[in-house]
Design a binder for this molecule. Sequence first.
Ligand SMILES: O=C(O)[C@H](CS(=O)(=O)O)OP(=O)(O)O
Length: 237
Amino acid sequence: MKKLEICLSPELVHLYDFNNKNIVIVDIFRASSTMIVALANGVTSITPFKNLGECREMSKKGYIIAGERNGLTAEGFELGNSPLAFLEKKYATKKIAMTTTNGTVAIQLAKGKAKNILLGAFPNLKATADFLSAMSEDVIILCAGWKGKFNLEDSLYAGALTKELKGNFKIECDTAIALESLYDTHSKDIKGFLSQASHTKRLQNQNIEADIDFCLSLNIYDLVGILRENEFFGEKN
Ligand SMILES: O=C(O)[C@H](CS(=O)(=O)O)OP(=O)(O)O
């Protein structure tokens, strides 16, 4: 039977073997959520960058550039990291180049080794679970965390995805067992539980509570975000 594991932080990646596995990158506040919202609202593709300078250069090639550091739009960038910017299809048919504090760092770590790299987000939780269940490869959920540290929101999503995948995967990973239980305990009030999270407080200080709410919307989109070559595309199962 296929195996499911969870890696709690980019700092722990060296403990896992990503070869030929399906990797789900999770950055609930906000990078992976924002990318799913963008793809669901018609963006053609999203190219992730670790580095601000490289990402900025992409505007010369006609890309819309989205750059964020410590929650704020980076200087000279058209967009930051808000999912709300992509609603109403304003950027439909555009190619986006994007760099964020944690999410695009985690993506970089998984590139080149995995079978597939997917974006994990609550708005398309079920679509991602269905995709992974239909594939024969093992899965690793990689939480982007915050600057190398564990965070609550990515962990809660990892628990939610574990719950969805349980019947189709062998789960011998203690982290997955713990996080599924955490999700079960708090699934009826995810927002209330996450109000204690450090990331929630950090973003609230920047008056972006609406972003937090939107990132916690459950199953409103039925596409997966998947990396093809160097770009994420939205694909229906
Ligand atoms: O923009 C965000 O939500 C965060 C900023 S920070 O981690 O609070 O500095 O970046 P992300 O890469 O989406 O975690």
